[in-house]
Design a protein around this ligand. Sequence first.
Ligand SMILES: *[C@@H]1O[C@H](CO)[C@@H](O)[C@H](O)[C@H]1NC(C)=O
Ligand SMILES: *[C@@H]1O[C@H](CO)[C@@H](O)[C@H](O)[C@H]1NC(C)=O
Ligand SMILES: *[C@@H]1O[C@H](CO)[C@@H](O)[C@H](O)[C@H]1NC(C)=O
Length: 309
Amino acid sequence: MLTATPIRPGAFSPRLCKRILVACLVFCAAGPTRCDNSFLVNAVPQNLNDFYQGLKDRAASCQHSLAGGFYSIDNGTNTTSYCTNDPHRPSIIYLSGDNGKLSNMDVDCDGVQGGSQDDGRCSLGRSPDYQDATAFQDIIQSYNVGISDLNTYVHPYVVFGNSGSRPGWRTFDPTDHGVRPLSIMAVVCPGNKMVYGVWGDTNGDDGDKPMVGEVSIALATACWGKNMTGDSGYDGMDVLYVAFTGEDAVPGKSGADWAAKDYDTFERSLQPLGDKLVQRMRAGAPGKKVTNLWVVAGGAIAGGLWLAL
Ligand SMILES: *[C@@H]1O[C@H](CO)[C@@H](O)[C@H](O)[C@H]1NC(C)=O
Ligand SMILES: *[C@@H]1O[C@H](CO)[C@@H](O)[C@H](O)[C@H]1NC(C)=O
Ligand SMILES: *[C@@H]1O[C@H](CO)[C@@H](O)[C@H](O)[C@H]1NC(C)=O
């Protein structure tokens, strides 16, 4: 906790300035930050980063495919699969393409809109495939917390799983493998960014192809900023989506601030459970150990010298 110390005029010494600056730098460096007036985003924990790099380096790639034949890019190839660490007892399910490719990030505007963060980026004109309900709206309503559905501007939700009844259409139902609706997911964006989301919607068969790699505008904004809109997402193929199996990945009615009025408040409420789930992931994937220890040590020494002066 911070206690405010009254500052007398004239007491604002260079040393105090330095302390305040150092406190800000430490705060900005230590995990969740919003020092640039952007949406809250986390640094990627080491074990998750090793896993992510392992997939990109193709050291690990898709460990076990549960279902393949999905598209991340409309005019791309159908080489994206739902993968797991263990086909018999999956603890995570993630999307992976071939040759070190992961997924892109399209924007989903479905569900409720409005609120203080609705700046029109998901307005009807900009999201032609808008649907007024997300897949687990009934469960949200059963929580009885004062919201009727997820709000794309507030809730960082991930569209995961593919349904559809058209002949030959590829489908995948994560619940067949133990992932529960509205459970926490971890999304890694390049540039050392991780956002906790919830599994909040599924891909249908309304388009030409079974697509993957879509999130609410809140989540896309956390990763990329306000240039994300209903019709313009991120095209790189280096975003990782991880779902966690089991009941303990579900925050439930009281484990998250569903009625939060803004993204940061909701995101912060997912943090404790999200951290536990990521820690639980075995760092085991045979990826390269990327260590930033030297950077940290160098920074600490430089900082120490500067403080001592
Ligand atoms: C990918 O598409 C090709 C042709 O469009 C098809 O022959 C193949 O079966 C598809 N692969 C999967 C895994 O669905
Ligand atoms: C198709 O994909 C290429 C990259 O492979 C991209 O440059 C092009 O804009 C895409 N076209 C459409 C219509 O999306
Ligand atoms: C969005 O804008 C940021 C900074 O303005 C830029 O770094 C990023 O590449 C842009 N992202 C996309 C997907 O256009």
